[in-house]
Design a protein around this ligand. Structure first.
Ligand SMILES: Cc1cc2nc3c(=O)[nH]c(=O)nc-3n(C[C@H](O)[C@H](O)[C@H](O)COP(=O)(O)O)c2cc1C
Length: 328
């Protein structure tokens, strides 16, 4: 099993955000970041007639991880095989989502209360595929928020053979907080993640939650293997522009020189996908935050939000939106 591709900076799985179009777009900014899919429910995937709906991607998106949600080991194993066959580099199990829908299906963050089931799920998945299987979790759930609980949870899954963990460094409250509040209200405790790495240095540990700058990423990487960024990457993707140089130390640095140049590079993809029937709203929804702070950013967003639902030429509409930005 190859653990070897670089996990120094990854983009978090985000439902309704990190679809294949967003991943293609982010790949234009950085050649090295590790991108994640949205969560795909294992039952849905294995019973779907057209698995392409969930698994389609372009080779240039790679390295990419597909995240599964589920708690049935044999279903997760079956789904992992489909993920591997589709060409993803890794499969991840969601043990961090607190939504009611996910709790009703008995997966996501509530799985943290059943470490042995998670270990069984991991084993079934890893036995089924030769790509790595990783776990994304919180530091605790409900009243189970002690260091000992967290260490024991990770230790049990590590004993089952798991080497890669991505940790959203706040606990989840399963009753009473919405998913959005569960990303904001429980305090971040980065110290849990650092203590874990210090106690279990053999594990590949990425920290997630509240990271907004490459300076913060660099700071965390002094002690940890990786950093995962969610909302900032979606809302302000341009913050990734120097990631290849600063985080991955690639030489020569990335070639996209400006946000407009980035959109120019994205346009042929928009043309191609729109011609295939992908709605313009889906192709442009992740662009809203690209020019934030620049003169014309509001007009850019307005042109997209008003133009995308009815346009007959998505690329032309995107060009028109770009014209609102006078200079960078
Ligand atoms: C809109 C949205 C959808 C999300 N969907 C998922 C998901 O499908 N799977 C998952 O593990 N986490 C999901 N998350 C949580 C993120 O992966 C991440 O853990 C969280 O946003 C904290 O990171 P951040 O502070 O960098 O945003 C989602 C977050 C947002 C904002």
């Amino acid at each position: 099993m190859d653990l070897d591709f670089n996990r120094r900076l990854s983009i978090a799985p985000m439902l309704d955000c990190t679809d294949r179009h967003e991943r293609y777009f982010l790949r234009l900014i950085s050649k090295n970041i590790l991108v994640y899919s949205e969560m795909v429910v294992s039952t849905g995937l294995i019973h779907c007639k057209d698995t392409n709906i969930f698994l389609e991607h372009e080779d240039c998106e790679l390295p990419a991880v597909l995240q599964l949600g589920g708690s049935n080991p044999s279903e997760l194993a079956e789904a992992s095989k489909l993920v591997e066959r589709a060409g993803f580099n890794e499969v991840n199990l969601n043990c961090g989502c607190p939504s009611d829908r996910v709790q009703n299906g008995n997966f996501g963050a509530c799985l943290m209360k059943d470490k042995n089931l998670v270990a069984d799920c991991f084993k079934a998945m890893q036995d089924a595929v030769s790509i790595p299987v990783s776990i994304k979790c919180r530091i605790g759930v409900d009243e189970f928020d002690s260091w000992e609980f967290f260490r024991d949870f990770i230790g049990t899954i590590a004993d089952a053979g798991c080497r890669i963990f991505i940790i959203h460094a706040r606990k989840a409250w399963l009753k009473g907080l919405s998913p959005k509040e569960n990303r904001e209200v429980p305090p971040l405790k980065y110290e849990f993640v650092h203590k874990l790495k210090a106690e279990m240095p053999q594990l590949n540990i990425s920290l997630n939650g509240g990271i907004k700058t490459l300076d913060q990423v660099e700071e965390q990487l002094k002690d940890l293997d990786g950093v995962m960024v969610g909302r900032e990457a979606y809302e302000n993707p341009w913050f990734l522009r120097n990631a290849d140089e600063r985080i991955f130390h690639t030489n020569p640095p990335a070639t996209i020189s400006s946000r407009k140049a980035l959109l120019e590079a994205y346009l042929p993809y928009v043309e191609k996908e729109f011609a295939k029937g992908t709605p313009a709203t889906i192709l442009t929804r992740h662009l809203y935050g690209l020019f934030t702070g620049l003169p014309g950013a509001r007009k850019f967003r307005q042109t997209l939000s008003q133009g995308a639902p009815k346009t007959k030429d998505a690329a032309e509409m995107l060009r028109r939106a770009m014209d609102s930005i006078v200079e960078e």
